[in-house]
Design a protein around this ligand. Structure first.
Ligand code: SF4
Length: 332
């Protein structure tokens, strides 16, 4: 019996499954497990003289991607068993809708779809603090008009103490949208997202995976800086769920205007704004899940988490996690 630890994402499973298939390892010989955050997956060695990647029906890939987004720990085993049968026994297996393995696969895919829908619905039903941004958002507007309107937003109390609204930046045809939490001290003063120390970490990580900031749209879930003053310093405060809900119409309008292929949540607050309050960053980061905006929505660490690492070793580990997740984004 071989134990294979994977990053619990469709891509993580697919990479290991391909290697196991090439080696001719049958499903009954594999025990699947999920890596903890920061833990490396099993390096599955490819067999000598292995053939190229096996071709499987598109329908299987769609169902597997949906099932991977669920939470049932048995899903990796089921996926591999169906894959094995498709490749080695019966390419038309998915047409046999009463086959126990096909029924199991369909049930897992449905559970994955339900999980995605449930968490999004929870996010949508949060009560905004104050009037919320909705009355300020011009319907069907483009990014420039939205940015100008956001500058006048008083939908919650956060505008009272911040210097200015910090709206998103980037091309209107960006394939990838990154959503952070809120502007920091430097962003508040300069009026642009991710231009402070966290922005430097983000730029370094993006460059490392071959993504140029100029091709991406970068924004925050909340558009005004929330802080407390300690002497001359302004200390960041995490926005409450009600403040997230108040500001959400701006983020929704930005995403609707851009229609990205890939949506990336930077940090737990952004992830909760997108996936819902049930989202747990350490448990759920680093894998694509469908949302109503795009099939490929993923969460990773906020770059400021790297800066908050206790020592250089921990900072390097956190940075490695950020880069690993952004590598998935770059390959999507
Ligand atoms: S944080 Fe958002 S909702 Fe609140 S005032 Fe600023 S832009 Fe408006």
């Amino acid at each position: 019996m071989r134990t294979v630890a994977i990053v619990p994402t469709f891509d993580g499973w697919q990479a290991a499954a391909r290697a196991l298939l090439r080696e001719g390892i049958a499903p009954g010989e594999v025990r699947w497990s999920e890596t903890a955050p920061g833990e490396a997956p099993t390096d599955v060695v490819h067999g000598a003289g292995a053939p190229g990647a096996a071709r499987v029906p598109r329908q299987f890939l769609d169902l597997a991607r949906q099932a991977a987004g669920g939470r049932d720990p048995a899903r990796w085993q089921v996926l591999y068993e169906v894959l094995w049968r498709l490749v080695n026994e019966n390419r038309g297996l998915l047409g046999e809708t009463h086959h126990p393995m096909v029924r199991r696969l369909n049930a897992l895919a449905a559970a994955g779809r339900r999980d995605a829908f449930r968490t999004e619905t929870e996010a949508l039903t949060l009560e905004p603090e104050g009037a919320g941004a909705a009355p300020f958002v011009p319907a069907g507007a483009g990014l420039a008009e939205l940015g100008a309107a956001a500058a006048r937003c008083t939908g919650c109390d956060l505008y009272r103490h911040a210097t200015q609204t910090v709206f998103g930046r980037g091309p209107a045809d960006a394939r990838i949208v990154l959503v952070g939490e809120q502007p920091g001290d430097q962003e508040d003063l300069k009026g642009a997202p991710f231009v402070g120390p966290a922005g430097e970490v983000l730029d370094r990580a993006l460059a490392e995976v071959g993504l140029g900031r100029e091709r991406l749209y970068v924004t925050n879930a909340v558009k005004h800086f929330k802080f407390v003053e300690r002497g001359k310093r302004r200390i960041h405060q995490t926005p409450r769920l009600g403040e997230l809900a108040a500001c959400r119409p701006w983020m929704e309008a930005e995403i609707a205007a851009i229609k990205p292929e890939v949506l990336v949540c930077l940090g737990a607050t952004a992830a909760r704004a997108i996936f819902g309050p049930d989202f747990r960053l350490l448990r759920d980061r680093g894998r694509f899940s469908p949302t109503r905006w795009t099939e490929k929505t993923i969460a990773t660490l906020h770059p400021s988490a790297v800066l908050r690492g206790e020592d250089p070793t921990q900072q390097a580990r956190l940075y490695g996690t950020l880069v690993a997740d952004l590598t998935l984004v770059a390959g999507a």
